[in-house]
Design a protein around this ligand. Structure first.
Ligand code: PEP
Ligand code: MN
Length: 339
């Protein structure tokens, strides 16, 4: 962290700040000139907030040079994190993965119809919401535990892994029983209490980017999970809120590249929630694979017109099949075949 003192600052103000920092275990590297008083704070500055320093009299500017996240950063761990699921699927290795399934688990018949078709395409990870974070309390809220049980039963028939969203920490025992990856939804990305509890679980956690979260805030949320001892975090870019209303959100594909630079954690892209339109899922999926995403998560439904949630952004099965053929051939030409 670099600190520039005001031109009018006094020696006493400088000494006061430097002594306070030394008392907190930091050392100081002064690089002042005749015209400007400036110094670097050396040590683990992740524990120091900019405002802790700005609070001192005489300070003009404070700049962070190290990232505030530690365990999530590439500096902490250079090699890519690879997450292995109980069915042997790897996330974060050479092959991007396709995660697919309905927005919500609605019934046994619905889930069986969808999973059976996904299996034919070689899909190894089944998604489905059982506890739905809906904008309106009057819309379908999910089947709850019954939904998780259905997911598990149907996925087991096809040796698929299961991912589902956890809404709150008291449901962790239920999720640990039924699912292989626990999803944290965009709306809960900064539910730090939930993140801390998930950090104590052994299950991989997929952390979706918050609707208005910066990349740094997103990685700080990952840090909450990592710092509690759970190293298995997957990031998911699902679009952010911008001024644009034509699409449901705005897919930030540069975030995939930024994450690859800043972090060793795998990052996947959800073009369904990003666009809100099934017509865009195929092209956005191609774009995501082209920028090096570690996978995709796509909503698929056997009857989207009558879906209980997110029908407009769910692919019909035959369209998903066509998209998969295209994605397989693209990913082979990128030399990272999709699984
Ligand atoms: C979901 O994936 O089911 C979901 C609700 O997504 P998000 O949290 O990104 O809105
Ligand atoms: Mn959805």
């Amino acid at each position: 962290m670099i600190v520039k003192m005001k031109r009018t600052s006094t020696q006493a103000e400088y000494d006061n700040l430097v002594n306070a920092l030394k008392n907190r275990g930091f050392s100081i590297k002064d690089v002042s000139s005749e015209t400007v008083r400036i110094f670097g704070i050396i040590g683990d500055t992740a524990t120091l907030e900019l405002t802790d320093v700005k609070a001192f009299d005489g300070v003009e500017q404070v700049i962070r040079v190290q990232t505030p996240f530690k365990q999530a950063s590439r500096t902490f761990k250079e090699s890519d994190t690879v997450i292995t699921l109980p069915n042997g699927v790897h996330i974060g290795k050479d092959h991007p993965v396709m995660i697919a399934g309905p927005c919500s688990v609605e019934s046994s018949a619905q889930l069986k119809a969808i999973a059976g078709s996904l299996f034919k395409q070689g899909i190894r990870i089944l998604r489905g919401g059982a506890f739905k974070p809906r904008t309106s309390p009057y819309t379908f809220q999910g089947l709850g535990e019954e939904g998780l049980l259905l997911l598990r039963e149907v996925a087991d028939q096809y040796a698929m892994a299961v991912i589902s969203e956890i809404p709150s920490s008291e449901l962790l025992p239920l999720f640990e029983k039924y699912v292989d990856i626990i999803q944290v939804g965009a709306r809960n990305m900064q539910n730090f209490q939930l993140l801390k509890v998930l950090g104590q679980s052994k299950k991989p956690i997929m952390l979706k980017r918050g609707l208005s979260a910066t990349i740094e805030e997103w990685l700080m949320s990952a840090e909450y999970i990592l710092s509690q001892g759970n190293p298995n975090v997957i990031l998911c870019e699902r679009g952010i809120r911008t001024f644009e209303t034509y699409t449901r959100n705005t897919l930030d594909l540069s975030a995939v590249l930024a994450i690859k630079e800043l972090s060793h954690l795998p990052v996947i892209v959800d073009p369904s929630h990003a666009s809100g339109r099934w017509t865009m899922i195929g092209p956005l999926s191609k774009a995501a694979l082209s920028v090096g995403a570690d996978g995709l998560m796509v909503e698929v439904h056997n009857d989207p017109e009558n879906a209980l949630s997110d029908g407009a952004q769910s692919l019909k099965i035959h369209r998903f099949d066509t998209m998969m053929e295209e994605l397989k051939s693209l990913s082979e030409s990128l030399r990272r075949p999709l699984i």
